[in-house]
Design a protein around this ligand. Structure first.
Ligand SMILES: Cc1ncc(COP(=O)(O)O)c(C=O)c1O
Length: 423
């Protein structure tokens, strides 16, 4: 289980700061991130890839917190973005454009133009139509643009939920396998594009590393075919993100095996490796603090209503994901089977169902573990709920990195005096 939190003087603490202290000072719900955990994961991955020319591009979609971006940048990481908004965040977070890779299945002309103007390292393209659009935008700006082809290797992968599998036949992501070579020919022939990379991202929370092995075999087979046609411009191999983290009692991914697979596959290609980890870098580092508001019993079920729910952490209801939950101040408690549910007016709003855990009472402070990835970044204002605060811990100090939203933030963009327009 998560080593990020340790018991100190009767309360769980993140690094040197008690979660009680943070909850008292900042309120709940609140996300708390450990910088040392993020640092540790980054360094572990970097070590696993040693000997391979590589760049680690952190996937902002997992958590685009500005302080986390600064931390990743200070470690020498780049950014992987999937929208104009994420590109904006990455640049605001201090990443140089050449440290950014831009991907995504549905980039608009505006977003592509922004990436061209910024001068990002690589734009991963997902269709021939997108290649043509990008070439036109590059021509208008007289900028030669390095592109990668995101290929769909059409392999089945083992990950805990269908929504996080992205490299299977018929999925919306990537260039269908049988169109890969013709897309490469097109990219190489368009005057304002340079075919600079091949890319795959076959899924998230991948349980088996052989997904990388099988995907790489296909993609590198295509590289040979491309080079066989005299196209020699490909210099990047982007293998996406997808490394898993343990949420319950799963084994962590074998990073040495991951490194070995990638090293063996890329050894003779001369390519520079790009990886786009999201979850792996930040999931474990993040904890969600929530207070129990009410305790009730209904139809034979024990229920605890907390002040965080699907608006703060969507993963349990959206992916039926498991997150370990426990009281911040453990004491002798009887064990119960209990539903830990949020305050949102939806039956699908829960953090855990039928969970066996120490009994909890109204007022208890709980911690939801392994919540650093796809937590705050998927948070919403549903039920007009202001989004939570975010806190970064570094040793024995902590800082609020994102203030809790105010009610006024909920209506900030709304116009009260309507300016009617007629056609
Ligand atoms: C293109 C791409 N790269 C990287 C990632 C990050 O994945 P993970 O958080 O599993 O590492 C994703 C997530 O879905 C993605 O779509």
């Amino acid at each position: 289980m998560n080593p990020v939190l340790e018991l100190r003087e009767g309360s769980l603490a993140c690094e040197g700061v008690s979660l009680d202290t943070i909850a008292e000072a900042v309120g709940t719900p609140a996300y708390v991130y450990s910088s040392s955990a993020i640092r540790g994961q980054f360094e572990r991955l970097d070590r696993a890839l040693s000997g391979i020319p590589h760049r680690i591009h952190y996937s902002l979609k997992a958590n685009a917190n500005a302080a986390i971006l600064r931390l990743v940048r200070s470690l020498g990481g780049g950014a992987d973005v999937v929208s104009g908004g994420e590109l904006y965040r990455a640049l605001q977070g201090g990443f140089a454009p050449e440290d950014v890779v831009f991907g995504g299945v549905g980039k608009s002309a505006r977003e592509l133009a922004e990436a061209v103007e910024a001068g990002v390292r690589l734009i991963n393209v997902e269709s021939e139509a997108e290649l043509r659009l990008l070439d036109g935008l590059a021509c208008e700006r007289k900028r030669k643009v390095p592109v990668g082809l995101r290929l769909n290797p059409e392999i089945t992968v083992d990950s805990p939920h269908a929504y996080i599998r992205t490299g299977g036949k018929g999925h919306k992501f990537g260039i269908p396998w049988d169109e890969g070579l013709s897309a490469a020919r097109l990219a190489a022939s368009l005057p304002w594009l340079e075919l600079a990379g091949l890319d795959m991202h076959v899924g998230s929370q991948l349980a088996e590393l052989d997904a990388y092995e099988r995907g790489l075999e296909r993609v590198l087979g295509l590289l040979e075919a491309i080079r066989g046609e005299g196209i020699s411009s490909v210099r990047y191999l982007d293998i996406g993100g997808g490394l898993a983290v343990p949420y319950e009692d799963e084994a962590p991914p074998d990073l040495r095996a991951y490194g070995r697979i990638v090293r063996d596959a890329t050894r003779r290609t001369g390519l520079e490796l790009l990886v786009e980890p999201g979850r792996f870098l930040v999931a474990d580092a993040g904890s969600l603090l929530t207070r129990v508001l009410y305790r009730k019993r209904s139809g034979g079920r024990e229920i605890a209503v907390t002040d965080a729910g699907m608006t703060e952490l969507l993963r349990p209801s959206h992916y039926q994901a498991y997150h370990h939950i426990e009281p911040v101040r453990p004491r002798q408690r009887v064990t119960v089977r209990i539903d830990v549910v949020g305050p949102v007016c939806e039956s699908g709003d829960f953090l855990a169902l039928d969970r066996e855990m120490p009994d909890i009472e109204a007022g208890d402070l709980l911690v939801v573990r392994t919540a650093g990835a796809y937590g705050y970044s998927m948070a919403s204002n549903y039920n007009a709920r202001p989004r939570a605060a975010e806190v970064l811990v570094d040793g024995d100090r902590y800082a609020v990195t994102t203030e809790r939203e105010e009610y006024a933030d909920l209506i900030r963009l709304e116009r009260h005096a309507l300016e009617w327009r007629t056609t």
